[in-house]
Design a protein around this ligand. Structure first.
Ligand SMILES: *Cc1c(COP(=O)(O)O)cnc(C)c1O
Length: 428
């Protein structure tokens, strides 16, 4: 770091000497590891580029459509570009998925019928999905359990691995399982995320027993962190959010579903209505942002991973428990830090907030959020409201007081945001 930069940080952000010392140490510790991610990024950028070229994307795909949006060529072409990238038969990429939960919900709800059962094999699903399935404490009218579609959960073992034997037995004993749910990223749970190779392993086990079952993967936060995606190792259907990796920080919102054509079709009919499916839906001039965001996504996702690895290392040096560890192989952009103290958790988040380009002046306070069962503290100073590919940190206010930090549109900003967070955490 230039002396002039250090002075700037000390004078403007009151960074302590101790925090700066940790910062320097962490950067030198992780230098080699970061290079590996550059290699992943290079491959994924090529993959995206080639998909654009093969679909002959041109300026005409960025035009504005209104009304019914029939024959929106940009929208249809983006679906095909996604399908190429994920190596699937079909894709449904829409700005009017209100979030990842909506896309995941449409994918799941569209593909089950009364009396079918769902089996979650990576433990309890992400908080907002509980409301969809009917597993949350507060019932939501219209959740799947009301339609006599029940969900069973197989927890992970103590080391956070799939319980293969239990999964086999469950599938053998219960023929009405129609859909398997696997979540790649940790969510608000203290476990590691699943590498694509681990997802491949569990898919093989499932297929030994049930060739025909629909295997769904919640791919949120995972896109472009490895050189392959779960759809390349046997997942039938996947969904995720454009406010995370794959929107590249440019897409103003939305979600995607990719997978086998028959399953994507069912999801389309849930997303709109049967008979209308994905053929209607104007894009109001948003297509350029969705394309451009996708083009930036391999780059931006790795900037976020670098920020995560850096965070892991600084917090390790500062004496906190982190997962994944700085040295661990990553499959998503999430970094969890265990504070064991509500005040430290809030201080860290407030530092991230203070380092944001947007709303840097806002005070971070724990708050009740729809879809979550306890108060949440959130640091989010983003260009796209709530976007978590932008540097953000949040944590449920419950022991062991873990902050989940993610994003960073560029590593320069990511580092500085985390440095301010670190400095505030070290203060008493
Ligand atoms: C973020 C996330 C979701 C939900 O996405 P939203 O865009 O917040 O609705 C679902 N699953 C996982 C694992 C996530 O990280």
């Amino acid at each position: 770091m230039l002396k002039i930069t250090e002075d700037f940080l000390i004078n403007n952000y009151k960074i302590s000497d101790r925090a700066l010392e940790i910062y320097r140490q962490a950067l030198s510790d992780i230098e080699k590891d970061l290079q590996l991610y550059d290699d992943v990024r290079e491959f994924n950028q090529l993959k995206v580029l080639k998909a654009f070229q093969e679909e002959r994307i041109s300026d005409s795909h960025f035009t504005n459509t209104t009304g019914y949006g029939l024959d929106d060529i940009g929208r249809d072409a983006l679906d095909r570009v996604y399908a190429r990238i994920f190596k699937t038969e079909a894709a449904l990429v829409r700005h009017n998925f209100v979030s990842g939960t909506h896309a995941i919900g449409a994918a799941i709800i569209g593909n089950v019928r009364p009396k079918d059962k769902i089996l979650c094999v990576s433990g309890k699903p992400y908080d907002t999905l509980l409301g969809v399935l009917g597993l949350s404490e507060k019932k939501n009218p219209g959740s799947l359990d009301e339609y006599d579609i029940k969900t069973d959960i197989i927890d992970l073992d103590h080391e956070g691995h799939f319980k293969f034997e239990e999964i086999r037995n469950a599938l053998r004993n219960e023929p009405s399982y129609k859909l398997i749910h696997i979540q790649r990223s940790t969510g608000y749970a203290s476990r590691k995320s699943f590498l694509v190779s681990q997802i491949e392993e569990v898919i093989k086990v499932i297929r030994e027993v049930r060739k025909d079952i629909l295997i769904f993967v919640d791919n949120c936060y995972g896109e472009f962190i490895e050189t392959i995606e779960p759809s390349e190792v046997g997942a039938d259907l996947m969904a995720g959010s454009l406010m995370k990796n794959i929107g590249g920080g440019v897409a103003p919102g939305g979600g995607y579903i990719v997978g086998k054509a028959e399953y994507v079709k069912q999801a389309e009919n849930r997303f709109t209505v049967p008979g209308v499916g994905g053929e209607y839906g104007a894009t109001y001039g948003l297509m350029r942002s969705l394309f451009q965001g996708l083009f930036f996504a391999p780059h931006v996702s790795i900037e976020a991973v670098k920020t995560a690895v850096f965070t892991a290392r600084v917090m390790e040096i500062a004496g906190f428990k982190v997962f994944p560890a700085a040295k661990d192989k990553r499959t998503d952009i999430i970094q969890a830090i265990e504070f064991n103290d509500p005040k430290k958790l809030v201080n860290f988040c407030s530092g991230i907030q203070a380092g944001s380009p947007i709303d840097s002046f806002a005070v971070c306070e724990p708050w009740a959020m729809p879809g979550y069962d306890c108060d949440i503290v959130m640091a989010a100073g983003a260009f796209i409201s709530g976007s978590t590919i932008e540097l953000s940190a949040d944590g449920p206010i419950r022991p062991p007081y873990i902050a989940y930090m993610q994003g960073g549109l560029n590593f320069e900003h990511g580092k500085i945001g985390v440095l301010i967070g670190l400095s505030r955490t070290l203060e008493e």
